[in-house]
Design a protein around this ligand. Structure first.
Ligand SMILES: COC[C@H](NCc1c(COP(=O)(O)O)cnc(C)c1O)C(=O)O
Length: 342
């Protein structure tokens, strides 16, 4: 096999004057919203699909809240492999049309991602298709995960970073010195696991991570509080792309490797952050991404510093703008009306 180029692109790291004013320190935005599939997902999903194609996979099936599905459909088209994407019935027409535009077959089933995932697993079993996990697999993070992260990440040879971990390699190439903190959103925990893999790889495992969720999709925070994996009764947040009811086990294991602050914001704060990023930087992202931005816009970062959870002065903070396709101007207006934000 000739060396296959990854399907993701190197994304801009934008120093945001507006967000730096709000935070009182330099804020860098890692703009994963400009990935070809509309979110960071293509990093891990693209790598997974390329590995499956090498093994002769003949049909991909992926369950998704939308963005992993679009990444899988995009990768499948590039690989010339048929793809079936299974999503919750609440999936927007915009996402369904994008998936069909990528040539994928779309099946809508269940109220939340977990139910769509059961259907995808059935199809994979019945038809011998390869199931592309949206967040819970070492190839998505970029590692053949066996044993605790500290063991498997340190023992393995320094590989060219693939998967979601490739994002951290790009941060190192641009920043050279580590940021004071790194902010990201958590749904099933794949982005978190990939970023931790990348931080270990570049020797930045001491950089604190602020792991953001919205209330009603806070499966990671609930697991930390319980000290074990727990399953939320339902997903009640508007940030449907964070809508996994149980976080990946690897996300909890990452607590042993990096300093992770798990924080939960309200839907109103996440949607308000979406609006503020649009006004400040002229980029429109999903409420799932707004959850990460709310760490700055809601004053949470400053609060963590005031409470001594973070150093009082930080050289900089990187926010992963994860992007997402489940949004447009009409949907943003509908969300604001639904949440009582004029
Ligand atoms: C139900 O959905 C899970 C997954 N979305 C995950 C997701 C996340 C969280 O990433 P994770 O923690 O799941 O790796 C953040 N930001 C955006 C825009 C996302 O789409 C999906 O698309 O299937």
């Amino acid at each position: 096999h000739a060396k296959q180029e990854p399907f993701h692109v190197v994304t801009p790291l934008l120093e945001s004057w507006a967000l730096s004013q709000v935070a009182g320190m330099p804020v860098f935005l890692k703009c994963e919203n400009v990935q070809p599939s509309g979110s960071f997902k293509i990093r891990g999903i693209g790598h997974f699909c390329q590995e499956m194609a090498k093994k002769g996979c003949r049909h991909l099936v992926c369950s998704s809240g939308g963005n992993a599905g679009i990444a899988a459909a995009y990768a499948a088209r590039k690989l010339g492999i048929p793809a079936t994407i299974v999503l919750p019935e609440s999936t927007s027409l915009q996402v369904v049309q994008r998936l069909q535009g990528e040539g994928a077959e779309v099946q809508l089933t269940g109220k939340v991602w977990d139910e769509a995932n059961l259907r995808a697993q059935e199809l994979a079993k019945r038809d011998g298709w390869e199931n592309v996990p949206p967040f819970d697999h070492p190839l998505i993070w970029s590692h053949l995960g066996w044993g605790p992260p500290s063991l498997c990440f340190s023992l393995s040879p320094p590989l060219p970073r693939k998967g979601h971990a490739s994002l951290v390699q790009e941060l190192k190439a641009v920043l050279r010195t580590p940021p004071g903190a790194l902010v990201l959103a958590v749904g099933g925990g794949g982005l978190l696991a990939g970023v931790v893999a990348g931080l270990l790889e570049v020797g930045w495992q001491h950089v604190p991570i602020i792991a953001m969720e919205t209330h009603g999709a806070h499966c990671f925070n609930a697991a930390i509080t319980a000290g074990k994996l727990v399953t939320l009764p339902d997903i009640t947040s508007v940030a449907k792309s964070l809508g996994a009811k149980t976080v990946a086990a690897r996300a909890l294991e990452c607590m042993q490797v990096c300093k992770i602050h798990s924080e939960v914001v309200e839907d109103t704060e996440a949607v308000s952050a979406v609006q503020q990023l649009l006004d400040d930087e002229r980029m429109l992202v999903e409420p799932a991404c707004g959850a990460a931005l709310a760490a700055i816009y809601s004053g949470l970062l400053r609060r963590l510093q005031a409470e001594g959870c973070l150093p009082p002065s930080l050289t900089s903070v990187v926010v992963i703008v994860c992007g997402g396709n489940n949004i447009n101007s009409r949907e943003l207006q509908a969300l604001k009306t639904h949440l009582g934000q004029v």
